[in-house]
Design a binder for this molecule. Structure first.
Ligand code: NDP
Length: 367
């Protein structure tokens, strides 16, 4: 068995965890969910990505869209009719905590602006529901830590919506890097960006977003450099790009560039921007190269290595993510570490260091 697949096997079966360390949700008789049903999911915040997740939920084998939480009664009405959601499973932001007494919701999926993730994850945990929280996990390290603690205290699982861990092209670059198929990776270049233009968009307001393109899309570049090397970076340098539109970029960066050094000798050079479209990953190792372009958004993706083109199915990433998470929760098994709150916390620590490096011009140590 390969190093990577053996590791995934151990994590998925829980065999890597000593019996005395088993979390209580894995102990026999503790399951709150019967085996013959789908995991009932309530989406919090009915915006653009909730719509995309709903398409995935409709294709999911293990999960079901059972409830909604919204600040807009008109949206509640539309969704209720469109997806056949009973009134008892519809909440607003004020009465959300009463979801605690609703046995027909198993998991709450937080799809709100970034700065609202912590409060709603903590409220969902206190209501005894498992949680998936969208990326970025939160807008501060302290919030990430509070979310992890709340879920631990409530004995519920916490996942971050890292959909690329279920996407075949990205699983392949992870394998190529971690198994050193082309030798030690030395150089990674990854970029994700798009052109933004609506000044009312919450992503341009720091109180809601926590930051600019780094928080929103750069996090994928950071993730890919970590899962392709399989290592944690030891230091970071970073630079802000020019402010190309002072009316739009009053509170968050227009673009940012950063460089991470990894202990095995790899360097990753990444960028994220609100100025133009870009979606690519490239890695050069001692004996060959591999790349995806596009490879980070929703696909269809294209990829190649020094040995030729990559061909994998073009999947619905959200359905794959919901199935991966739903199946494990239904079976009372722990989620793999690369999608948990601890993983979101690691990213948030590095993002905080990237901003500090860009602001100060200094190299920031991560060890
Ligand atoms: P949208 O702006 O489209 O939707 C956000 C929703 O949050 C709104 O529709 C609204 O729902 C609710 N909301 C509550 N308070 C506010 C507020 N003050 N301002 C704006 N919205 C509010 O955002 P997205 O759906 O694009 O993003 C939501 C989250 O999902 C973000 O964290 C983002 O990073 C993440 N995301 C992840 C993606 C991925 O590929 N994994 C892709 C896109 C986004 P309502 O009207 O029902 O109250």
């Amino acid at each position: 068995m390969s190093k990577l697949s053996r590791r995934s096997f151990l994590l998925n079966t829980g065999a890597a965890t000593a019996a005395w360390a088993l979390p209580s949700f894995m102990l026999a008789g503790n399951s709150k969910i019967s085996n013959d049903k789908k995991l009932n999911v309530a989406l919090v915040g009915l915006g653009r990505y909730a719509g995309i997740l709903t398409e995935g939920l409709q294709q999911s084998q293990y999960c079901n869209l059972a409830g909604i939480v919204t600040g807009h009664p008109a949206k509640a009405d539309t969704w209720k009719k469109q997806y056949n959601i009973p009134d008892k499973n519809i909440y607003n932001y004020e009465n959300f905590d009463s979801i605690k007494s609703n046995p027909d919701i198993d998991l709450v999926y937080v799809v709100l602006p970034n700065s609202m993730h912590a409060a709603f994850t903590i409220r969902a945990a206190k209501a005894g529901k498992h949680v998936i929280c969208e990326k970025p996990m939160a807008t501060s390290v302290a919030d990430c830590e509070a979310m992890i603690k709340a879920c631990k205290d409530a004995n519920v699982q916490l996942a971050i919506g890292y959909r690329l861990h279920y996407e075949p092209y990205n699983l392949e670059i992870k394998r190529l890097g971690q198994e050193k198929v082309f030798g030690q990776v030395r150089l990674i270049e990854s970029s994700l960006g798009y052109k933004t233009g609506d000044p009312s968009e919450w992503r341009l307001h720091k109180a809601l977003s926590g930051g600019g393109p780094l928080m929103n899309v750069g996090i994928y570049c950071l993730q890919s450099s970590r899962y392709v090397t399989g290592e944690e970076p030891v230091s970071v340098t970073a630079q802000f790009g020019p402010n190309t539109n002072a009316a739009l970029f009053k509170e968050v960066e227009a673009s940012i560039f950063w460089q991470l050094i990894f202990p095995g000798g790899a360097v990753s050079n990444s960028s994220s921007t609100y100025n133009c479209g870009v979606d690519r990953f490239f890695a050069s190792a001692e004996e060959g190269q591999f790349e995806l372009s596009p490879g980070i958004s929703y696909g269809p993706f294209q990829g190649k290595t020094s040995n030729g083109e990559l061909h994998f199915p073009d999947i619905n990433q959200q359905a794959a993510q919901m199935d991966g998470i739903g199946k494990l929760i239904l079976e009372d098994k722990p989620l793999p570490s690369h999608i948990t709150g601890e993983e979101g916390l690691k990213d948030m620590k590095i993002i905080t260091a990237i901003y500090e490096a860009a602001r100060t011009g200094r190299k920031i140590s991560l060890v």
